[in-house]
Structure formats: C-alpha cells, structure tokens
Design a protein around this ligand. Structure first.
Ligand SMILES: [Zn+2]
Length: 295
C-alpha cells in the first residue's frame, strides 16, 4: 500500500495510485507535498518543469485546499498532484435532527490522492473539456470509488467519500460543487465489488453508467439546483419545517441519496424518524444503505 509512501515529500505513481519507477510505467503522476514543493518540481523533466508555473504560483492556485491536480500530458507524464495533508479533515461534524453528530474520515489522504489521480485521468480523455466543473468532480470521486475497490477489495473508501460529500452539503450548500452522491449512489446500487473489479478500464465504468459528455446518467443542472434548494430548506442553518408540498417531486430521490449517510450518523431508527418527519425517501434508498457492507 501507498500509505507510508504518502508521507515522503515526492513520489512517482501511476494512475492506479501505485508507486512506480517513472522510467518504466506510463502514464505517471508526480505527487509533491507542499512543504517541499520547489525541490519536488525539479524531478520533472526540464521541458515540463519550465512550462509550469513556479512553486509560489502553484501554492497560490492551491489556496487553502488540501490537494490539487495539475494536468500536464507531456509524453508519459499525466500531471502533478500537490498534497497538503495537514489540511485534510480527519472527521466531519454536522447537526441533524437537533443533535450534533460526528463522522470519522480515516485514510482521507489516500482517498484524496485517488480523487486527484481521477482528475488527471479524466483530463486525459478525449472530449474531457465538454464536462462541466461539477462533472469533473463527480468523475474524480467515481474514480476514487473504482480505485479504492481495486486496491482494497471493498466499497469502504467509496462510501466514506459518499458520506463526506453528503455531510458537506448538509453543512453548506456551497458544497454542491463537489456533491458526487447522485452518481456514486447509482454506481453503488448497480455494481457489486466483483463486477467493478472485472472492469479493468475506468472508461468502461463511465460508459456503462452513461456518463460520457451529454450522457443520460447525468442529472440536469436545474434538477441539481432543486435538490440543493430542498436540502437547504430542510437541513440548512435556521431551517424551519418546510411545507410538505415544497419540491415534493424531489423528496423521494433526495431521501434515497441522504439516508445511507443519515443511518451512518444516527442509526437506522433515527434516520427513519428524520426521513419520516421530512417526508423524504423510499424503501429503495433505505435498503441500499442497509446493504452497504455487503459485497
Ligand atoms: Zn476535485
């Protein structure tokens, strides 16, 4: 596993996240810790190094984020991943049903690296510029789910990211930009780990879920806004009991997407009670959540 390797200041990996010798594998990414970014960048071939912004400028682009992918696509080099592990959350807290709940986020550094490698992979696809920024984020999380399953033999990594995205949305609707749950839910519902492992090419997964640009697997932007609006009305700070008729046509689906995370936070009974209060969800969603540990 890569966990120990993630602590060193620079590391070459392939896009499956495995440490490799850059001479023999392709395509590859250079992973740099921001604490030693300038020396790490010098490991790039001179032509690539001089074509990139310098370390100070890259750090400005990173801002306060915990990680960033920089696609390069020069020869065998797919890109650069900047990591600032101390900024990645080890847990996430949220208030639902009048109580504060906390979810631990173990191995967030590993999952984040897989997400960033997903960005590099997606950026290398022909037609990737047709994807919106939100679609890029969703596909990077789908890549994380796929890679975590391949490396660890289960969906735990995928579920952790799923819950993280849901709780971020409940805390702040601004996180809609990274809310991959609608697509992760379909992937987790459609495939077993075994079926996913049989897909050695991530692009097969994209095709099977109809997630090519313009594919039917993508929700419309207007639909997403309605889900966000309903979430804010039901769970946002200072939310009041929304009228039952408010966006009633989005409640079943939104509930199905939220309930696995609510069950994780407050148990099945607590989640069922909350869903009932908010008139959310269907039997379907609760059962997918309950089966989340089944391979
Ligand atoms: Zn991202």
């Amino acid at each position: 596993m890569l966990s120990a390797g993630l602590l060193i200041s620079s590391l070459w990996v392939n896009l499956q996240g495995q440490a490799i010798d850059p001479q023999v594998d392709t395509p590859v990414a250079l992973v740099c810790q921001v604490s030693a970014l300038a020396p790490c960048l010098t490991l790039l071939p001179p032509a690539v190094y001089t074509s990139l912004p310098n370390a100070d400028r890259l750090l400005v682009s990173l801002g306060r984020r915990g990680a960033m992918a920089v696609p390069i696509q020069s020869g065998s080099i797919a890109g650069l991943v900047l990591m600032a592990p101390e900024r990645l959350p080890a847990q996430i807290q949220t208030i639902v049903g009048g109580h504060s709940h906390r979810l631990e986020l173990p191995r967030q550094q590993q999952l984040t690296l897989w997400h960033e490698l997903g960005h590099l992979h997606i950026s290398s696809l022909p037609g990737s510029t047709a994807y919106s920024a939100w679609q890029h984020e969703v596909l990077a999380d789908l890549y994380l789910l796929w890679l975590a399953a391949r490396n660890e033999g289960d969906f735990q990594g995928g579920w952790q990211q799923y819950h993280r995205r849901n709780l971020q949305l409940l805390n702040d609707i601004g996180h809609l930009s990274h809310w991959s749950v609608p697509v992760l839910f379909t992937a987790l519902k459609t495939f077993t780990v075994r079926q996913l492992l049989a897909m050695s090419d991530f692009n097969d997964l994209i095709a099977q879920l109809a997630l090519l640009p313009g594919g039917s697997g993508w929700p419309e932007p207007d639909e997403l806004k309605e889900y966000a609006s309903l979430t804010k009305r039901l769970f946002g700070a200072g939310s009041v009991q929304a009228l039952p008729g408010y966006l009633y046509w989005r409640r079943e689906r939104l509930g199905d997407w939220l309930v696995p995370s609510l069950q994780e936070l407050m148990g099945e009974q607590g989640a069922a009670q909350l869903m009932k209060e908010h008139a959310l969800g269907s039997e379907n969603g609760a059962s997918v959540g309950a089966q989340r540990n089944i391979r």
